[in-house]
Design a protein around this ligand. Structure first.
Ligand SMILES: NC(=O)c1ccc[n+]([C@@H]2O[C@H](COP(=O)([O-])OP(=O)(O)OC[C@H]3O[C@@H](n4cnc5c(N)ncnc54)[C@H](O)[C@@H]3O)[C@@H](O)[C@H]2O)c1
Length: 246
């Protein structure tokens, strides 16, 4: 029972963003011995990042909102390395708008990527995990899905939903040896944070520890939840926000 991931087959969605959390997770999983499928949109940096991981990396183009795209992704990975042991549902989109400024199309897009994408990902990998009697799924939520005040409407709603799906799935899949957990980061310095250093500085001042997180700090938690070091942990929500919501 340890944090070694030698030989594990891992899919991480949204890992094709340079400087994003998915990239940091992909590098850490590969360092610990896993083979990592970087699943992201065609226009992302996923292929280049996968190439940098050498034999431990592969890029799979995916649109997480599309069921057929998920089927193709899991098939591609399984044909090359075997059925995935780990899925990290990390892909996400941000929309900084309150209810009254959110159009139906915008709402649907955020929910399609953040919520439906996570559902489809779990649905795509669970049959194979169930067959083998093991698997670990980590869903990336957000502190925006932990409260109402000051949160962007569609984004927060989608992350609340992912927290709920995580717990229901953890309960239902436990008899089959599949663990499902979530991580809710506070503010992480990634391309998702628009506005440059001034915005990051302002955000840092609102956090009790006085700083935003580096993507690698979230990756450590994801790798822990995917490894046997957390073998008796399922259905939990790890908040990684340096006491922002404390
Ligand atoms: N950055 C933060 O402060 C923060 C805080 C809390 C939670 N999060 C969450 O962390 C996760 C990672 O975000 P990040 O900060 O690294 O952002 P990022 O923008 O760097 O990465 C998001 C990735 O998702 C991919 N993506 C978007 N739509 C997709 C689709 N339809 N199919 C496949 N991939 C798609 C993008 O191409 C991108 O590579 C997201 O779920 C985000 O909501 C971020």
């Amino acid at each position: 029972m340890d944090g070694n991931l030698e030989g594990r087959v891992v899919i991480i969605t949204g890992a094709g963003s340079r400087g994003g959390q998915g990239e940091a997770e992909a590098r850490l999983f590969a360092e610990r011995g896993a083979r990592v499928a970087i699943a992201d949109l065609g226009g992302s940096d996923g292929a280049a990042i996968a190439a940098e991981l050498g034999e431990r990396g592969m890029f799979v183009e995916i649109d997480v909102t599309d069921e057929a795209s998920w089927d193709a992704c899991v098939r591609t990975v399984a044909d090359r390395w075997g059925h995935p042991d780990v899925l990290v549902n990390n892909a996400g989109v941000w929309l900084m708008k309150p209810l009254e400024e959110t159009s139906l199309a915008e709402y649907r897009h955020v929910v399609e990527v953040n919520q439906v994408g996570t559902f489809l990902g779990m649905a795509a990998v669970v049959p194979g995990m169930r067959e083998r009697g093991s698997g670990a799924i980590v869903n990336i939520c957000s502190v925006a899905g932990m409260k109402g005040g000051g949160q962007p409407f569609a984004y927060a709603a989608s992350k609340w939903a992912v927290r709920g799906m995580t717990r229901v799935a953890a309960h239902d899949l436990a008899p089959y040896g599949i663990r499902v957990n979530s991580v809710s980061p506070g503010v992480v310095d990634t391309p998702m944070i628009e506005g440059g250093p001034e915005v990051l500085d302002a955000l840092a001042r609102s956090i009790p520890s006085g700083r935003v997180a580096a993507p690698g700090e979230i990756a450590e938690i994801v790798v822990f939840l995917a490894s046997d070091a957390s073998s008796y942990v399922s259905g939990i929500e790890v908040t990684a926000d340096a006491a922002l919501t404390a």
